[in-house]
Design a protein around this ligand. Sequence first.
Ligand code: ZN
Length: 461
Amino acid sequence: MKRRKKAVPDETADRAAQRLASLIQIPAIAPPGAEPLAPEVAASFARLRALLIEYYPLTFGRAEVDEVGRAGVMLRLIGRGAERPVVLMAHQDVVPVPADWEAEGWEHPPFDGVIADRYVHGRGALDDKGALVVMLEAIEALLEEGWEPPRDVYVLMGADEESYGTCAVEATELLESRGVEPYLVLDEGGAVATGAFPSVKRELAVVGVAEKGILTLEISAEGGGGHASTPPKRSAAGLVAAAICEIEEHPFPAAVNDVTVEMFESVAPHASLLMRALLGRAGSLRPLLARVLPRLGPEMAAMVRTTTAVTMMEGSAAHNVLATRARAVLNVRVAAGSSVDDAVARITDVIDDGRVTVTVLERSEPSPVSPSRDDPRWLAIRDAVTASYPDAVTVPYVMLAASDARHVNRIAPAVYRFAPLRMSSQQRAAVHGPNEKVEVESLGRGVAFYRALLTGAALAE
Ligand SMILES: [Zn+2]
């Protein structure tokens, strides 16, 4: 195996690792939506903030500070020009671990922040405290060196990304009210992925240029209720079950969008001969790829279509009682280029039963697609990747999950979703699961990425 090129001094990586470990020891988990924070949660966020101010005194000291949402903070570092600023985002909150986390098989306790085997272990190491730390390390170091930002730099540290809270919404409203139009926004999403693509040995820096929409639907049916000894021919629960079967038997049609074509074409030169021939011509092979990809597993399937997942079901409350009302909840991820209304219409059509009611509980449209190819902002990200991970190939993709970035899209046309941290397939699976960990060496490269991005030619203009 080839030795990795050394681009970053070890001290940079080690300091980031130490600080990340300390931040992991302060888990802060926000309740859903806009519920007020319990005193102990507010105290955790306050401790986090105090530690960040201690580690990054120049960054916090020089910035204009706005509180956003329940515990979020937005810093504005004033640059030589206020026009078209850069917005860097990373959230401070984490997802909880189960009470019996030991049964999940964690190698190290999730909130101890253990550094072992050249990894920092614990909840938040990748999602998203790792990115938060390397971003702030880069800014602080630049300020120490006397750097003056060529344009305003905003740092948005959300506090409720994982609970669909309002930090990013409020920050966006605040920027909008001040007439700020971000030139480039960077939030979490993709990563420097290893083993992400069959036959591709090179690391891929996968950068989200769009994200799917989210639609939560309730599917319900009314029944007469009554004793289970005299059931009707069709019960409320049966109607809902039949509707679910229809939905699962009729998946949304698959289509390969422009971003996916560009991703395949960028990966192609680094794939095996066979794959190269296929992926290199992705643009003209769309119909074939649309048929093949869904068979390669749920991740590939999700890339090419709107997906539907049945998540909750409810009928009667007792063994021997018929439901007066049965319901199921459907979590729908709407493909880029499609719309929430299209999805509702198709699902209603597929169910095709007037006795079943479809109700929208929550909706968020797919994001617009940010520019790639030869757009200067895309090139700025690609160049920063090359400066920090010289072997990585930068490719665009549509993010399958949702991020805070979707809120900012309203005021910014170029929003990218990428954390400059290396993630193997095992590490990607550990996000929101057991054994979340980040390589110390990768933290050093993450710092190098943000330094290169902020000082790169594209942002200096
Ligand atoms: Zn996250």
